[in-house]
Design a protein around this ligand. Structure first.
Ligand code: GDP
Ligand code: IMO
Ligand code: MG
Length: 463
């Protein structure tokens, strides 16, 4: 936020009785916004980032790896992105932060595909970004096979790459640009990796003798010019009043601390981690946007209290195209869970929510919203901390009437059927946290950019 700028609007809000003046830059180009998924991933972050990217100069990915699959649809053309930030299509400065785990092969392929379609990428990769090595992928597969209770990982080596980051045994982006550095690193950490793979019954030669290592080095050399200091770049951009949008992957309940452990990914997916991962102070944050689906989906194992294993679940899956962008696995579908939703607002401090895929609910009557859980005979309104307890929760629903009109071409909020508006507004009430003052600022009614309804002028300016 830039209170000194002459084009700032004034907003006032009362928190705990204290009147606070909030400045919102009228020119939304000078702000730092963090965007994250509010559920179990696949909320439609790619679409919303692509849409918002127009208002920002820099788009930066702050965590996760190619386990993410973000779909952006522009002019009827579909782009599936795993590592390149979703602002790619608009030609913004794109950054991959040091909190990401990066498979160079996947990134290189993605660059090639986008550039072959005429999209010129201005991409920087932080020198400290951890590299997903072939042995991480091998370990991911071997460990998952050996587990009695599987996680259902994407098998991209994500967890083991993060283990090595924390264990201070990672290969970083900068190491890939120098064959001597990489060789020295592999000599140092290789034997322990070989032992770990052999212990799980795998082939230890993948550690130092995989043909992929040469390929990685060649890609590293080609990417050398793109190696960047992301923290410095973002802070410089903000000091020059250029806008920065931090793009999260996965979703709140896949967070390695706050999610449904152990059925989570291995990174911090909530908004607070953007500052830590990118090396930007929390005082720089202006907005936190949450992307949330009008129902809920999950891929992989782990509890999801409102899961529908019946005909209704299949109907949502088929109508919503709910198949994994990365793995093609069918996504589990269920009714909107406002109990988890409220926790997500707390975890992230969302100032704005973008509600996606409202069109998928057209024709369903009645609609159900989970407003509480029955846990061992007791009614609760907030999710229990323990994953085992969450798995025992039975949803308590309220019902709302549906609508039958096609809403995919609607541009103005007031033109939505009354029951659709009532549904949106009921979710907004259930997710409201006074201290944050959040609202549903945008409603998405289809995959295309133009299939987005901004609730009001103020919301349009803010997100
Ligand atoms: P992400 O991982 O959060 O970026 O989400 P994905 O791209 O994996 O999955 C969301 C899917 O829903 C993509 O295929 C999008 O094109 C699509 N999508 C996004 N918003 C809407 C919407 O409002 N309606 C419909 N029908 N599809 C949408
Ligand atoms: P986007 O960014 C949905 C899930 C996997 C698995 C668990 C752990 O597209 O929303 P991992 O490979 O990360 O160790 O797998 O996390 N998962 C996702 N589910 N969307 C994603 O990303 C996901 N990334 C990981 O299915 O259950
Ligand atoms: Mg996805």
């Amino acid at each position: 936020m830039h209170p000194g700028s002459s084009d700032a609007l004034f907003w006032t809000a009362a928190f705990n009785g204290i009147k606070i003046v909030i400045y919102v830059a009228a020119n939304s180009n000078c702000m730092f916004t963090i965007l994250t998924g509010a559920q179990f991933g696949d909320e439609g972050k790619g679409k919303v980032i692509d849409l918002l990217a127009e208002n920002y100069d820099v788009i930066v990915r702050f965590q996760g790896g190619d386990n993410a699959g973000h779909t952006v649809v522009v002019g009827g053309k579909k782009y599936k992105l795993h590592l390149v930030p979703s602002g790619a299509i608009l030609g913004r400065r794109l950054l991959i932060g040091p909190g990401v785990v990066l498979n160079p092969h996947v990134l290189w392929d993605e660059i090639q595909v986008l550039e072959s379609e005429g999209i010129k990428l201005d991409l920087g990769i932080d020198a400290k970004t951890s590299i997903i090595m072939p042995y991480h992928i091998e370990l991911d597969a071997l460990r998952e096979q050996a587990r009695t209770h599987k996680i259902g990982t994407t098998n991209r080596g994500i967890g083991f790459a993060y283990v090595d980051k924390v264990a201070r045994e990672e290969v970083q982006m900068a190491d890939l640009t120098d064959p001597d550095l990489l060789e020295a690193k592999l000599d140092e950490i290789g034997p322990a990796k070989e032992k770990a793979i052999a212990d799980l019954g795998g082939d230890p030669t993948v550690v130092r003798h995989s043909p992929l290592i040469d390929e990685y080095l060649q890609i590293g050399l080609r990417l050398k010019e793109r190696v960047a200091d992301v923290s410095r770049e973002i802070n410089t951009a903000l000091s020059e009043e250029r806008g920065v949008l931090a793009e999260g992957a996965q979703g709140a309940f896949l967070d390695v601390i706050h999610g449904t452990q152990k059925y989570v990914t291995s990174s911090f997916t909530t908004a607070g981690s953007a500052c830590a991962n990118l090396g930007v102070g929390p005082v720089m944050v202006d907005n936190v946007v949450g992307v949330i689906k009008a129902y809920i989906t999950r891929v992989g194992e782990g509890p999801m209290p409102t899961e529908l294993t019946d005909e209704m679940g299949s109907r949502m899956r088929e109508k919503g195209g709910e198949y994994g962008t990365t793995t093609g696995r069918p996504r589990r579908c269920g009714w909107f869970d406002a109990v988890l939703g409220l926790k997500s607002v707390y975890l992230n401090g969302y100032t704005e929510l973008a509600l996606t895929k409202l069109d998928v609910l057209t024709g369903i009557d009645p609609l159900k919203i989970c407003i509480g859980y029955d846990l061992d005979g007791e009614s609760i309104g907030y999710p229990p901390e323990s994953t085992g307890m969450l798995a025992r929760c039975e949803p308590i629903y309220e019902e709302m009437p549906g609508w039958t009109e096609d809403i995919t071409e609607i541009k103005e909020y007031d033109d939505l059927p009354q029951n659709a508006r009532a549904y949106v507004e009921r979710l907004e009430d259930l997710l409201y946290v006074e201290q944050v003052g959040n609202s549903i600022a945008a409603v998405s009614v289809g995959p295309g950019r133009e299939q987005t309804i901004f609730r009001d002028e103020a919301a349009d300016q803010k997100i």
